[in-house]
Ligand binder design. Structure first.
Ligand code: ADP
Ligand code: MG
Length: 244
């Protein structure tokens, strides 16, 4: 059964239709990747799932919870969606130590200090940063900072993990290593994940299912093998194929 069901999602900015009836699902524990060129609506879709913006039509359901439904005017506020979000730029707070960055979502949820500390240690262990807890972000490498952002997204165990081009600030070599590492981590946690990228290699390597998007529309949905071997149209063939 699908764990995340996005149906006919529509979003306009002024006269510009940015999402045009986007429908896609992810099964429990899967990595669903939204793949497409810059400006095709990937982030808008992800932000809609997180509740950071409100679509103009359609619905989003996670398990038995309706996050958004235009038909019934349902809109669950972002803080009640339990989405762990990692953005393209690290967005870790520079004035806070690593442990305070990671503990922040727990503080918001009024964790007691003992429990908070335990959970922060646990999640820093998970992202291989146990020895960096008392440092400040600027003392860490770009890759480590991105792992701090990931730890923060995982601190309060998320219902959905949402990753918006999380590797784009890393150099090619580190990107590849981080991608393999993240895939293993996701498998261990088993959290249903939506991963956004414009990089076809990344999508092919990381995904259980890929939705290829262009101009606000989903052009094809399939496994990496299906997308690669049997592209639905010229656009998908061009974008995913070896010609790129
Ligand atoms: P992607 O993440 O695939 O690069 P986005 O979802 O960020 O694409 O953007 C899709 C389209 O929506 C782009 O044309 C972008 O310029 C436009 N857009 C995004 N956010 C806004 C906004 N707040 N106001 C107006 N247009 C926007
Ligand atoms: Mg984007």
């Amino acid at each position: 059964m699908s764990d995340l069901v996005i149906t006919n999602l529509t979003k306009k900015f002024g006269h510009l239709t940015v999402l045009d009836n986007v429908s896609v699902t992810a099964s429990d524990g899967q990595i669903l990747t939204l793949l497409g060129p810059s400006g095709c609506g990937k982030s808008t879709t992800l932000w809609s799932v997180a509740g950071l913006l409100k679509p103009d039509g359609g619905s989003i359901v996670a398990g038995d919870r309706t996050l958004f439904d235009h038909g019934t005017s349902a809109f669950l506020p972002p803080e009640r969606r339990d989405c762990g979000v990692v953005f393209q730029s690290y967005a870790v707070w520079p004035h806070m130590k690593v442990r305070d960055n990671v503990g922040y979502p727990l503080k918001l949820r009024r964790y007691k200090s003992d429990a908070l500390r335990r959970r922060v240690d646990e999640v820093l262990e998970l992202v291989d940063l146990a020895d960096q807890a008392d440092r400040y972000p600027h003392q860490l490498s770009g890759g480590q900072q991105q792992r701090v952002a990931l730890a923060r997204a995982l601190a309060f165990p998320p219902r959905l993990l949402l990753l918006d081009e999380p590797f784009s600030n890393l150099d090619a070599k580190l990107r590849e290593r981080t991608r393999d590492w993240l895939l293993q981590l996701q498998r261990r946690i088993g959290v249903t994940t939506v991963f956004v990228t414009h990089d076809q290699d990344e999508a092919l390597a990381m995904s259980d299912k890929i939705a290829v998007m262009s101009a606000g529309m989903v052009r094809q949905i399939g496994t990496p093998e299906q997308i690669y071997n049997d592209p639905a149209d010229i656009f998908v063939a061009d974008f995913v194929g070896t010609s790129n």
